[in-house]
Design a binder for this molecule. Structure first.
Ligand code: SF4
Length: 170
């Protein structure tokens, strides 16, 4: 099993973090703050108009040579808003880790497009149009960190599937 997935002895700690993040993500106030940050990203993307051919290549982390990092709170926001009937199992996360992709990639499309984390919203592989992405990414991470501080929410910034494994195991 990959090092990305939690070991048994970590699970009590991760469960209390997951509970705190889910509680926060399900409040109207915190959800509204997360959505305001996502709107900033949407406005910047609209202003820069990077090309996306929806190939899903960037969601194949191993093949694309990168990893997706996000906060536990953003993971909670997404996981708690999965459509009815859609759940996150330890097996689906482990399968994604083994394949080197994302458990929400379905037929080369994102199946959680409206609730995906900020890293997926900021990143575009359009090499002709990427100079603005780093600054936007740093701005978003800073705003998310400040949201945690203001609302006394535990802060963790970690690899996407590692965080999802915490939720799946809880
Ligand atoms: S959440 Fe969606 S966009 Fe982000 S890596 Fe997964 S499938 Fe791709």
């Amino acid at each position: 099993m990959s090092d990305l997935l939690p070991r048994a002895e970590q699970q009590d700690d991760t469960r209390s973090l997951v509970d705190a993040w889910l509680r926060a993500a399900n409040t109207h106030e915190v959800a509204a703050e997360i959505e305001a940050i996502y709107q900033i990203v949407a406005d910047q993307v609209a202003a820069h108009q990077p090309v996306c051919v929806s190939s899903g290549r960037c969601c194949h982390f191993r093949d694309h040579g990168h990893l997706l990092y996000t906060t536990g709170l953003e993971a909670a926001y997404a996981v708690s808003r999965l459509r009815p009937g859609r759940s996150l199992s330890p097996e689906s996360v482990a399968g994604a880790v083994d394949r080197g992709d994302c458990p929400f990639l379905v037929r080369e499309q994102c199946s959680i497009h409206t609730i995906k984390p900020s890293g997926c919203r900021v990143y575009f592989c359009d090499q002709e149009n990427e100079g603005w992405q780093q600054a936007l990414s740093e701005r978003v991470v800073d705003q998310l960190r400040r949201l945690h501080e203001r609302r006394a929410i535990p802060y963790r910034y970690a690899e996407w599937r590692a965080l999802l494994a915490w939720f799946a195991a809880s």
